[in-house]
Write a protein that binds this ligand. Structure first.
Ligand code: AMP
Length: 340
């Protein structure tokens, strides 16, 4: 088994490149209209045409990739039927296939972060408990679209009523209310390696979000007059070099998270993940979300990052890091330790 397979989106370009750099063969599950583009930028060894993401659940498609290790990325999480994927997807999956459900369900996600005993923003089960500024995450909102901030309980109630009146919110039960942390966002990229038995920090980015990142460009009095409300639609990613004194703490937070996944989602997280953090003015780190797989922010580091250089002294992207883990596992007969 020295093939990998991947769906043509999200971070597939660096995953294919990384696999080739590690001498693994590659199969791309590609939409017809993207074939020309992906051939030019990644030249996979084989292309299998799919019409939609759910096609990966089809018997005839699975048969064609049974000999490959499937590498999941963000596109899989946007897929609604993760239960079916967990149970019925037959090829081996790189990492822990049971963790994706924990990422896509906000309540489960919060439980896992709490289990890690790391600093997290307070979660409010009921609107009546709100006693500070909050961010409201509406069901199904992707990439921060449709989130809003409320100053206090009254402001929250008014805004929810307004949304209900405009029929933008059907069921208040499904909203996720979280303490709003004032600070800067940082998204460290981790890789947990069962082969090397260690957790690695391989990069860090922040998201470029409109219009919250635009607000500083507008004088405060104009913001009021124009009634500008912060929104969080992701437009791109910006690389970050962290203040070095933060790194040991970030490593420790990552290790606690790995430990929590071992308890709640055995065998625990394997391979890439990201903890989404906010650092406030006291330098306190709050982890408000996680992604249990490769994140798009790693696309910044196709040629490796400062941190991957420290560990490997060669250009190792997250895609290549995955491929290296697979190659080492194959060489040492340990595929079961890195895939499910
Ligand atoms: P998420 O979909 O949870 O990753 O959030 C999208 C964006 O909303 C983040 O990148 C942050 O800019 C912002 N955000 C989310 N949760 C919080 C929070 N608890 N406090 C402050 N900002 C937040």
């Amino acid at each position: 088994m020295s093939y990998i397979s991947v769906i043509a989106s999200h971070s597939a370009l660096q995953i294919i490149k990384g696999a080739k750099d590690e001498n693994l063969k590659t199969i791309l599950l590609c939409f017809k209209e993207r074939e020309k583009f992906y051939k030019m930028y990644s030249s996979p060894d084989k292309i299998i045409i799919i019409n939609k993401i759910e096609d990966i659940m089809k018997e005839e498609i699975q048969e064609k990739i049974m000999e490959a290790i499937f590498i999941p990325h963000g596109t899989l999480i946007s897929e609604k039927n993760l239960d079916k994927f967990e149970k019925e997807f037959k090829p081996r999956v790189f990492g822990n296939r049971w963790i994706f459900k924990w990422e896509s369900d906000r309540i489960l996600k919060d439980r896992l972060l709490r289990e890690a005993r790391i600093r997290t923003p307070q979660y409010f089960e009921s609107i009546n408990d709100v006693d500070r500024p909050v961010i409201v995450k509406l069901p199904g909102a992707e990439g921060g679209r449709g989130y809003f901030i409320a100053r206090n309980k009254e402001d929250l109630k008014n805004k929810l009523e307004e949304l209900t009146r405009r029929r933008l919110l059907k069921n208040k039960e499904n909203i996720f209310i979280q303490e709003y942390i004032i600070g800067v966002t940082i998204y460290p990229h981790f890789f947990y390696s069962p082969i090397y038995n260690r957790l690695e920090i391989l990069g860090c980015d922040r998201r470029y979000e409109t219009n919250v990142d635009a607000i500083g460009r507008i004088p405060a009095k104009d913001q009021l007059e124009l009634n500008i409300i912060p929104t969080f639609t992701v437009i791109g990613n910006i690389p970050i070099v962290l203040r070095e004194s933060l790194l040991p703490e970030i490593q420790e937070i990552g290790e606690k998270f790995v430990e929590a996944t071992r308890k709640l989602v055995p065998p625990g997280i394997i391979g890439p993940f990201c903890l989404e953090m906010i650092c406030n003015e006291e330098g306190e780190l709050y982890t408000f979300e996680f992604s249990g797989r490769i994140v798009a922010g790693t696309n910044l580091f196709i040629n490796g990052s400062l941190y991957s250089t420290l560990l490997f002294n060669e250009p190792i992207s997250m895609g290549r890091r995955i491929a290296r883990e697979i190659r080492k596992a194959i060489e040492n007969n340990k595929l079961k330790e890195i895939s499910t």
